[in-house]
Design a protein. Structure first.
Length: 129
């Protein structure tokens, strides 16, 4: 069931992207190299894809919303499994697991197309490509 509007998803993406980037220092695991870099890179990816997505809060409008959501799902899986994939689970795992599950859930519950008002203002968007 998809109930999250794309505009709200985009606003959350900007917040979550910044949270991911700062998480190692906020949650005090910046001394764990892999854990830090994976979270920072995940945040950069979230911000980058949000900036380039063709929806209400995107700036460049190149990535279709469906692609954005598939990328969110993939990023979520990698982020959630990363503590065990990169063997830092004994030091820290909850921020990665929670962030990954959040990303997966957001990808599965967000509308696949931007609002009708956005589509009316931007006729060259994903439905006509």
């Amino acid at each position: 069931m998809r109930f999250i509007p794309t505009r709200f998803h985009g606003i959350l993406d900007y917040i979550v992207g910044l949270l991911f980037i700062t998480a190692p220092w906020i949650f005090n695991f910046s001394d764990v190299t892999y854990a830090t870099w994976i979270m920072v890179i995940a945040g950069i990816v979230v911000l980058g894809q949000t900036i380039f997505t063709d929806f209400e809060v995107g700036m460049v409008h190149k990535i279709p919303m469906k692609t954005h959501l598939m990328m969110d799902f993939g990023l979520g899986v990698i982020l959630a499994l990363s503590p065990w994939m990169f063997n830092f689970d004994e030091r820290v795992y909850l921020p990665h697991l929670i962030g990954g599950v959040f990303s997966i859930l957001a990808s599965l519950t967000t509308h696949r197309v931007p609002s009708a008002a956005y589509m009316a203002r931007h006729p060259q968007t994903e439905t006509t490509r």
